[in-house]
Design a protein around this ligand. Structure first.
Ligand code: UDP
Ligand code: GLC
Ligand code: MN
Length: 341
């Protein structure tokens, strides 16, 4: 723990199950790695296993169990195409952490790359814009002041107005409805909540500003812990759901922390049945294992989709004797020339 730790300010996250707890663990380690002087707090719900709580207690200063809050708003969650996100109403409990004067909430699927303690100079409610609708803020990172009164106000708002996306973001944008227009200092720069899968809709800006990114937020259905990690090469395997090579780089950064800081402790705890079944869900493979059946020359041992091939090509992994052999490239070029663009 940092010697000069500030006692009344904290980063807060939420995990309602062991899977999101992986995200929370990596998030917390990433905050420690950049030398935060603030406390780390996590809200969990009863079904986070006791072994996982033990791992969480290694890196978080406090663990608070809360009752799950769920919007049960199937219609709006269907619009969001994320039926599982009603449970994100549990985030509202963060306003009850009144032992702190000011906090920064961060989703468990966020990763910190550079120190962000300056966020505590901001006021409630500060947040970055949402890529999907820029007049709304994204609720994956926000500055707030714990207050029982605000908590009650939010619950009241949930009952009277509901959430337009069925999750916390729709509710918070309704409650803090003047965010878009009132005070520009409450607009966090995008580099404090860079939504990795959407950022590349403006690739030139990413090329210009990408090295300033402080927080990557892995929004969407595919979370870093669901990708396959090759223990032999130490690399995450590309997947067709990835939007770009840059996204792969951020997922790799997530796994680098996971492997260095979390995996050894998970393995030590693996004797417990609950933990081993959770560890079993992670896709860790080793390419040191030879393929089970011989393959013909020029045929890849594992067929790969075209986007994966593109990533491998971009990374200099060119299969000169197989898929990328000269005659195949020539064939592709001929097709392009004959068929036009
Ligand atoms: N969350 C959780 N359990 C769930 C779903 C969400 O604990 O089953 C928490 C977790 O902190 C997560 C946040 O709620 O980061 C918001 O959900 P998610 O990040 O999946 O939403 P997205 O950012 O993809 O829209
Ligand atoms: C958003 C946010 C997330 C929130 C969810 C549901 O996309 O990234 O933090 O929980 O929507 O409202
Ligand atoms: Mn998120």
């Amino acid at each position: 723990m940092a010697a000069s730790q500030v006692q009344d300010e904290a980063f807060v996250t939420l995990a309602t199950n062991d899977s999101y707890s992986y995200g929370a663990l990596v998030l917390a380690h990433s905050l420690r790695a950049v030398g935060t002087t603030r406390k780390l707090a996590i809200l969990i719900t009863p079904n986070v296993t006791s072994r996982m709580r033990q791992l969480l207690s290694d890196v978080f200063d406090s663990i608070t169990q809360v009752d799950p809050l769920d919007s049960h708003d199937e219609a709006n969650l269907a619009l969001l195409t994320r039926p599982e996100l009603g449970i994100t109403f549990s985030k509202l409990h963060c306003w009850r952490l009144t032992q702190y004067n000011k906090c920064v909430f961060m989703d468990a699927d966020a990763l910190v790359l550079q120190n962000i303690d300056d966020l505590f100079e901001r006021e409630e409610l500060s947040a970055a814009t949402d890529c999907g609708w820029p007049d709304c803020f994204n609720s994956g990172v926000f500055v707030f002041r714990p207050s029982e009164e605000t908590y009650r106000g939010l619950l009241q708002c949930a009952v009277t107005q509901g959430s337009f996306d069925g999750g916390d973001q729709g509710l918070l944008n309704t409650y803090f409805s003047d965010w878009a227009t009132k005070d520009i200092s409450r607009h966090l720069p995008f580099i404090y909540n860079m939504t990795s899968s959407r950022a590349y809709s403006y690739l030139p800006a990413f090329v210009r500003y990408g090295d300033q990114v402080k927080v990557v937020h892995f929004i969407g259905i595919a979370k870093p812990w669901q990708f396959t990690y090759d223990t032999s090469s130490g690399m995450v395997l590309p997947h067709e759901s990835m939007s770009s090579h840059h996204e792969l780089t951020f997922i790799q950064a997530w796994w680098d922390i996971f492997v260095a800081r979390v995996k050894p402790k998970l393995e030590a705890a693996q004797t417990a049945q609950t933990m081993s079944s959770e560890l079993g869900k992670l896709k860790l493979l080793s390419t040191a294992t030879p393929p089970s059946s011989p393959t013909e020359p020029g045929v890849p041992a594992h067929p790969v989709d075209s986007r994966t091939r593109q990533f491998q090509w971009e990374q200099g992994q060119i299969d000169y004797l197989g898929e990328d052999r000269f005659e195949n490239i020539k064939k592709k070029l001929d097709e392009k020339i004959n068929n036009g663009p």
